[in-house]
Design a protein around this ligand. Structure first.
Ligand code: ASP
Length: 358
């Protein structure tokens, strides 16, 4: 089994994602992630296992006895939530996931309150956290930081797992997991997710959730992806090349109405203007045709779903909120369960929970 202690940072960082994958898993026999950094770490078998574990945890948690059992599973572990970029849902849902499993947590949400403010490097801060905690759940505006820290920690005297909760414009693997879990649940009694059409709309260039979900969807058979965006914010070449290499069908479009009428899922995203190189440049783009409202809702199939990683601005009109096809509220709750499943599995407790008597 490949191990991060056997490879230099220089060699590791120059590998393709496919090449990096084996270094991040628990063992060759069990390819469950140790460090969770990007969506390409998950294949269909792993996704199926994590969805099953999420269902199991949510079922066990329904009774007081079951909830107390779960609270004992990782009661001896501590996790650090290190979020140096704004977050509400991702922070709270990881926190709630830790609470379900009995994990004690600590957090830093603002680098200004940490020693980084005194000039400490992020690398040193994270090393410090590893002295007190057993896992780091981190969000950073810096694209490769979680990866670098995984290598650093694996090569330190206290190797602990890192879970990427959003890295720059690049990836948001646990959001993609909850999106897949939501899609799987939405279609489980309607023939499944294979063969479906999924439309992404909005800022597809800078939306990390789009990149991660687009990759994860390639694990399902014959799922077609439609990318609807103004040309300035259309999906990037790395995603298109990945889909080409996988032989996945996709289409670029600027017509949300047409896409809505043929889609099983419409995944809306907000304009990610915090990444503007020149302040205000996103505001100059005409995004008026990339909003989901009453007209798009009327065109959507009766079994289709509307999704959004949230936060929302005006990309989905509030008139859609009470429609049974609006999945964005349920997505949030699903996130808590699948994050609990991922954390439990990272600590090697998948079988314990799957096979417990509850
Ligand atoms: N919450 C998601 C993220 O962290 C989506 C967004 O911010 O628009 O990427």
């Amino acid at each position: 089994m490949a191990n991060l202690t056997e490879i230099s940072w220089k060699e590791f960082s120059s590998l393709s994602l496919e090449g990096k994958r084996p270094y991040l898993m628990q063992s060759a026999e069990d390819p469950m992630p140790y460090h969770t950094l990007f969506a390409q770490q998950f294949d269909r078998a792993l996704l199926d296992r994590l969805c099953a574990l999420s269902n199991r945890i949510r079922f066990i948690n329904k009774s007081k006895e079951g909830a107390l059992y779960l609270k004992n599973v990782l009661a001896h572990k501590r996790a650090m939530l290190y979020f140096s970029q704004p977050s509400s849902r991702t922070f709270l849902s990881h926190l709630a996931a830790c609470q379900i499993l009995g994990i004690t947590t600590g957090s830093v949400r603002d680098a200004a309150t940490a020693s980084e403010f005194k000039g400490e490097s992020r690398e040193d801060s994270i090393r410090t956290f590893s002295s007190y905690f057993d896992m780091i759940i981190m969000r950073s505006p810096e694209q490769g930081l979680a990866e670098k820290m995984s290598w650093e920690l694996s090569n330190s005297s206290r190797p602990i797992p890192i879970l990427n909760a959003g890295s720059g414009k690049d990836q948001h693997p646990t959001q993609a997991l909850l999106d897949i879990y939501t899609l799987v649940r939405s279609f489980e009694e309607k023939g499944g997710l294979d063969g479906r059409v999924v439309t992404f709309c909005g800022d597809l260039l800078r939306g990390r959730t789009v990149r991660s979900l687009s990759y994860l969807l390639t694990n399902f058979k014959d799922v077609k992806q439609i990318f609807v965006a103004p040309k300035e914010l259309q999906v990037s070449d790395d995603v298109k090349s990945f889909l080409d290499a996988k032989g996945v069908k996709y289409e670029l479009s600027d017509d949300l109405k047409a896409a809505s009428s043929v889609s099983d899922a419409v995944y809306m995203t907000r304009i990610q203007d915090e990444w503007d190189t020149n302040k205000g440049e996103s505001a100059k783009i005409d995004t008026s045709r990339f909003k989901f409202g009453a007209e798009e809702l009327a065109l959507l199939g009766k079994d289709a779903v509307i999704m959004h990683p949230l936060p929302r601005r005006d990309e989905i009109a509030t008139c859609c909120d009470h429609d049974p096809r609006a999945m964005y509220w349920r997505q949030m709750r699903n996130g808590m369960w699948i994050r609990a499943a991922l954390i439990a599995a990272t600590f090697g407790h998948e079988r314990t929970i799957m096979e417990c008597g509850y």
